[in-house]
Design a protein around this ligand. Sequence first.
Ligand code: CA
Length: 384
Amino acid sequence: MSDGNQKRSAETKRNDRPGDRRRALRAMTAGAAGLVVGCSTTSENAGPAVQTRKRVQWRLASSFPRSLDTLYGASEELAVRVEALSDGAFTIRCYPGGDMIPALGVLDGVQSGTVQAGHTASYYYKGKNPALSFDAGVPFGLTARQQFAWLYHGGGLELMREVFADFNAVNFPGGSTGAQMGGWFRREVPGIADLKGLRMRIPGLGGEVMQRLGVECQVLGGGDIYPALERGAIDATEWVGPYDDAKLGFDKVARYYYAPGWWEPGPTLSFLVNRKAWEELPAEYQRIVEVAAAESSMKMTAKYDSLNPPALRQLIDGGTQVRTFSDEIMAAARDASFALYQEQAASDPGFRKVFEAWERFRQESTAWFAVSEGSFTRFAFQQG
Ligand code: CA
């Protein structure tokens, strides 16, 4: 990408400046590289304007409600940057979960081409292919740092793209919440015995592991959790972390806030693009999507890491009691998690292929982080 492109802003009226005319001429001579050159008189400017860029309009379906500015915000962030980097020629209209297609129907929507793009969590679709879970994260899996290392530099993205090819989709990492909280409990759960018969809202593989520990798991949509917890239809729920959880008001109906969310140590979201829509993009726009997705991804994680600390402090000031899961629960949950993966790998070659590569990466990465980050955080994070 040229320096000129990097310096542009969305607000720039490119026909007003000599430098922009030079860029337009350069772009015209680059027609053989895929740029579409045409004339338009529909510009907001008074005279005819030379359009050097192909106009592309996409629809993007998010799995998340507009109220969750962290998760849904990543899509808008992507759209704003794509538009700015293409001088307004490539626009993406974002739809919150349920607006255009169901929140958990994003992969279907991208696969069928109903929307050109989506933003979602791949583990929602583990029923279609269990290996998709690794694109987002699994219980006792990778932290956000490890997950991005695996995806970008550890062969993970290539492996996951093979899986997504069956769904007519191309995937890009789309942010991480970082380690999630273990959720809200109406009573304390010191040991394994306290989990027996506990009714908890927890979806996905985390739910399957909890079930093996005796928990009665339920899957409820975001809006249904609070009333269920309030009237005692469930005893506990997990969601994300302090900033998102406070918005749903769980602290009003459950006193104990457990850490960590061992089932989601670094869950990563994904931008999905319909393969045909991707292949039809000019090469420059493909690069723009890659750059904007990577930036949006990084910013989401930064946003969580800056918004969660004050949100947790406010919850504690309001009476929330923070607890950590006991080693007894953590050890049993970890054993149950890896037993689950081994069983799945034994019966599903596609899962085994991803799992074995992922597990080699996880072991080596974990040995390194235990030495570096681990030795530091074990001491420094206890000092305050
Ligand atoms: Ca969660």
